[in-house]
Each structure stands twice: as C-alpha cells, then as structure tokens.
Design a protein around this ligand. Sequence first.
Ligand code: ATP
Ligand code: MG
Length: 471
Amino acid sequence: MNDYLSQLSDNQQQITRLLAETFAGANEELHLVGGVVRDVLLGRAQETDLDFATSASTARVQELLSAAGADSVYLVGEQYGTVGAIFTRSECPENVEITTYRSEVYPDETRFPEVAFDVSLIDDLARRDFTMNAMAVDAMTGALTDPWFGEADIALAVIRAVGVADERFQEDPLRLLRAARFVSQLGFRLDWETEAAMTRQAASLGRISRERILAELTSLLVGQYVDHGLDVLRRTGLLSIALPELEPLVQEADADLTARFGREKDLWDHTVRVVRQAPARPAVRWAALLHDAAKPMTRVLDVTGEVHFYGHERIGADLALRLLSRLNADKTLRSTVQLLVAMHGRPAAYDESWTDSAVRRLALDAGHAWTDLLDLAAADVTSGREQKRNIAATRVAGLSERFDRLQAEAALDRLESPLDGNDLMKLFHLPPGPWIKRIKERLRDLVIEGQIDPEDRDGAALIAKDLLSED
Ligand code: ATP
Ligand code: MG
C-alpha cells in the first residue's frame, strides 16, 4: 500500500480498502479527494472525514455503499451528486461522503453554477478552490493525482487558487473567506497573485449569505494562526466589507496616532494580539475581536493630555450585538459576546480590598460567561512591559481564586446535618439538652465526609438512634 494511504488511521484505512474493492469490482473509479488529501500530506488526516470522488452515478454509489455494508446511506445533495454513509462496525464510527465526478460552469456571477456529470477526475479537480484542495489519491493504489501541483504548494506552505484567481473568486466569493480561514488554520501564506486577486475581488463578498460569512469568520477566529488570518482580512480589504463596524479600528492601523495621542498603542495591533492570546472558543474570540471596537468613537483627550474612552464598553457591547445580529448569529453567541464586551474591563479593576459581595456581584453579572470573562480579561494584557503584564495577570488570577474560595465556602455552608434540633427532639421524644448538639455535629461530620447525603433524613435518623443508644 502506498505511503499516502498509510497516513490514515487504521479504521479509515479499513473502510477505504473495503470501498476501493467494492468499487473496483463494479468497474468504477474511486479516489479520496479534497480536505482529506490535503490533511494526509500535512500528516493530520486522522480526524478528517473521508471524502471520495467516483466515476459511478449517484444511484450506483448508493447501491455500492449498501453492498459494502454501510449502516446508513443517505443523499446529501442530489443535485451535486453527493451520497453520505456511516460505517459503525468498528469502535469509532466513520462518516464518508462520495460524490460523482462533476464539473461546474458559471453562466454569470449572479447565478448558481450549472453542474455537469459524466466528466473525468481531472475536470472534477479543476472546479476546486485551491491547489492544496485539488488533489486526489486513488483508493486502491494510493497513487496521487495532482494536476495543479498542490503537493509542492503544501511543501511551500502556500495557498494558491486553481487556475485564474480572479475568475475563481468571481465564481464563488465564499472562496475569499475560505482562503483567509485556511491561512488562520494552517499558518500558510497566500500566493501573491491569489492575494492580489482577493484584493481586487473583495467587494463581491457582498453576494454571500450572512450565515456563511459568520461560519467562515468563526472558523477563522478559532484558528491557531488567527493573527495571520486577521491580517489577511485587513490587507485585502475583506475586513471592511465583512465587518464594516471595525473600520474605525482598522483605519488606526494605518494612521500614526501615537504622534497625537502620546504613548497609546495601536488599537488594531492590540486587538489582534488579544484575539490570539484568548482561548480558541468562538464566544471569547469574537468578544476579543470586538472588545475595543468602540474606542475610536469614544476617545477624548483631557486637559492634562490623558486619553480616555468613556463608555466604550457599553457602546462596544451595542456594536457587538448589532454586528452579530446582522450576521444572523444564534442567540447564545450574540448575548454572550455582548455581555463579555460590556464587562471586559471589570476583572482588571479587582484588588484584594474588594468585599466578598463585590466579587459575588461581578460573578453574578457574568453568569454563565464567568470563565469566558476571566479568560478574556487575562488575554487583554498586551503591554510591552513585563512588570505591567505580570501585575495584570496576578489580578485576574487573584479574582479567580477568590471566587473559587467563596464558592467552596458556600458549598460547605450548605453541608448541614439532615436533622435539626426540633427533628431530633420529635424523633426521640426527648427534651432539649447537650445531646442535640453532639448528635447534630456527628451527623454533619458524616455529611462532610460523604458518608450520608444531606437530604437523607431516614438514614440520619437510624444513625442518630445508634448514637443515642451508645450513651
Ligand atoms: P475543512 O473540512 O477542513 O473545513 P475542506 O477543504 O475539507 O476543509 P470542505 O468545505 O469540507 O473543505 O470541502 C471539501 C472540498 O470541496 C475542498 O477541499 C475543496 O476541494 C472543495 N470545495 C469546498 N468548498 C469549495 C468552494 N467554495 N469552491 C471550490 N471548491 C470547494
Ligand atoms: Mg471537509
């Protein structure tokens, strides 16, 4: 078996071999294609779903999948010729998608492509977006088909459009965001012609639905090289089109404001760094991107020459809500990001002199977003001076510990004897006396030790009876 196929997990290899034999038996071609081939070459295919392309018709694919023993076979998109299947025989179920070779012809920029089947593997690869995504590996022999030299581009860590870049982006402007998203996920750079075409075609992003824009931007934001991805958005002008709300912040990346506002640092640069430092979860990364978005609009210079951004948290929170609503984000993402932006400065104000109730109030205000808020506040420290960074980090850590301690104490307070004095007197028909305290304390100890449940009154009564009879 060829090297490429041996990069797959054992499970993936078994299914690939099974399908290869089934399709070969029916005289049909079968190739792994797209993201999985790219990930094989990157040595990270083990978690990627298996996508295949085949010469077989959609109806034939369904028959062959059933013959191969797939547990469920379903049509993903009949007009696109895709059949999905799940194999659950091994301990980890495997999803596969098999698409009949097809080509796409775009009659003009505004319409969906005309899909033609009955084409070759090469035609099928030609419709794909980037050279790294336009390769195939024969499921039987492991031979690589690579008409656009995607393997070389992966070795160079370059994202390059297949064919004429301007045309590819005109055909489907979603590819503009896919390019930036791959930069963020893989840390690759853009081929210069591809980037120049992206810049020229950026405006066509307006034709893409807001849900798809949101999905791509969210994937970009949680990428490992998110700073590279955001920089691509800015350089190509895609940022101004996809997120015009950030325009004032982006403008500052170019204008030299330090001259006018003294030691204040570049807001865009700061924003990108906060995003990169924040944990790779959608709500925190979105909040990091938007946390200072209202600063340019709220900036004032006081008589002493100090710069202030009065109310930028609240105005930024409104901006975040508007932006995410425009992109049709779900309610949870919208409200979490809004809350995080509104509250992002509060943990940094913490010091040990805060009362317990002040800490509780902050945690209560943050609610389910408490951990996100602490993570965002910890990321929102980009000072060049190490001492400043350490002080800020210690504050957030101190707040987090303080809250955990309060929680633990509150939990301890709830650990009580299941029976109180009145219960015990009624139970044993005895008058008040020191015996009550002794039994209650013993019962509470048992609760703390986890020997009895704080709600278990019957169990506690039995134990109390034993304790009394010890006297
Ligand atoms: P991932 O699944 O990791 O996001 P992927 O490359 O597998 O990345 P998919 O959206 O799963 O992306 O698409 C599978 C393949 O289909 C791609 O590798 C590419 O060959 C092709 N493809 C997907 N979207 C487009 C598009 N908008 N234009 C052209 N080809 C595309
Ligand atoms: Mg994929």
